[in-house]
Design a protein around this ligand. Structure first.
Ligand SMILES: [Zn+2]
Length: 359
């Protein structure tokens, strides 16, 4: 068994011409996949950390549903540090390691901060909450950057990965890490059409050596199968979900939804969201800033919640852990969700034996 193994459970589930047939097929396959994964081993360690909170248009966060007074919600970006066993020993994966200090050139954020003019320092301090950085978190938990084997992002909006992986003549700060990315996402990031490009950091993947990039064409399970990267396109052309088998079930992470209740909109106190679910019958509300594949995104969110199953902390909600979670904020009235995942921790971080470090 190698470290990356192809998953075939979802093959063909989106081939039907009729969208609701696709929804049914994906639901059924998700149930099978969930059973298989729950029967296997769990991750050795899983912990999430708040990095930064940023303003994000409510009209995109709850696409077609939001009717509240605040033009923005406050999104909390998290880093997930995950360790899993493999035939080559313990592997360390960082999911969503946002180098947020170096991605503010993303056109959407640049326009926003430029619009503050002379009020920039105050406005920025009010709307951005800078909690921590990836490198600082690694230091705090005692993880050597050289011990990171893989990094992955559910999609590449706003990301700047060049510092992590290096470029021509310049080593990466995570010297042994390889990026796991769906081929569509990688290719699309190289060649964005206008409006897509508002959300990608200019030069965010430029110069990254291809021997640091693993392009995936399929749903893929990692190592002993306690982590899976499942294709859940829609929010972007090639986004995927990170599924981790934890002591609290299968945690599913992506940015298809901005809150857990985006997956059960009927329970949302955010104005418009529950009503939208009631009058349309929608099972989910999309996070759609570029709306690249909206029908696929709907199906993907149904898939994510069917894989996740109920959250053991409150079974009315699915076991989703959004990579960017709407956090609520006094400046953005009536945007606080009814349920928040917050930071999670399972197991204890294993540090690499000295022998490996010397190698
Ligand atoms: Zn996005």
């Amino acid at each position: 068994m190698s470290i990356l193994n192809r998953i075939t459970t979802f093959d063909g589930t989106r081939d039907a011409l009729r969208p609701l047939d696709r929804v049914d097929n994906v639901k059924q396959a998700s149930g099978d996949f969930r059973k298989q994964m729950l029967a296997g081993p769990k991750v050795r360690y899983y912990q999430s950390f708040e990095l930064v909170r940023v303003p994000y248009p409510s009209k995109y966060g709850y696409l077609n549903a939001h009717t509240g007074p605040s033009p923005y919600i406050h999104l909390c970006n998290r880093l997930f540090v995950i360790q899993f066993e493999s035939s080559e020993g313990l592997k360390t994966l960082l999911a969503s390691p946002s180098d947020w200090e170096h991605q503010l050139e993303t056109p959407f954020f640049k326009r926003l901060t430029d619009s503050y003019g002379v009020f920039a320092p105050v406005s920025e301090a009010l709307v951005f909450r800078k909690t921590d950085t990836v490198l600082n978190i690694l230091k705090k938990i005692g993880l050597d950057p050289a011990d990171v084997d893989y990094i992955t992002y559910d999609h590449l909006h706003t990301q700047n990965v060049t510092r992590w992986l290096g470029g021509p003549g310049r080593p990466g700060l995570l010297p042994n890490a390889k990026l796991l990315v769906m081929r569509e996402e990688w290719e699309s990031t190289h060649s964005l059409i206008p409006w897509q490009n508002q959300w990608y950091c200019p030069g965010g993947i430029d110069g990254v050596p291809m021997d640091k990039v693993i392009l995936l064409d399929h749903d893929t399970s990692l190592g002993d199968g306690s982590v899976a990267l499942v294709r859940t396109k829609g929010h972007t052309e090639g986004n995927h979900s990170i599924v981790a088998h934890t002591p609290e079930g299968l945690k599913v992470t992506s940015e298809n939804g901005v809150s857990v209740e985006a997956y059960v909109p009927a329970l949302s106190p955010v104005p418009g969201v529950a009503e939208f679910a009631r009058y349309t019958g929608a099972e989910v509300v999309l996070n759609g800033n570029t709306a690249e594949y909206a029908i696929d995104q709907y199906i993907s969110m149904v898939q994510e919640k069917s894989i996740a199953g109920p959250n053991p902390r409150d079974e009315r909600y699915p076991n989703i852990a959004p990579s960017s979670e709407s956090a609520g904020y006094w400046l953005f009235p009536r945007t606080a969700p009814g349920f928040r995942v917050g930071d999670l921790q399972y197991g204890t971080l294993q540090k690499a034996p000295p022998a490996r470090k010397a190698a």
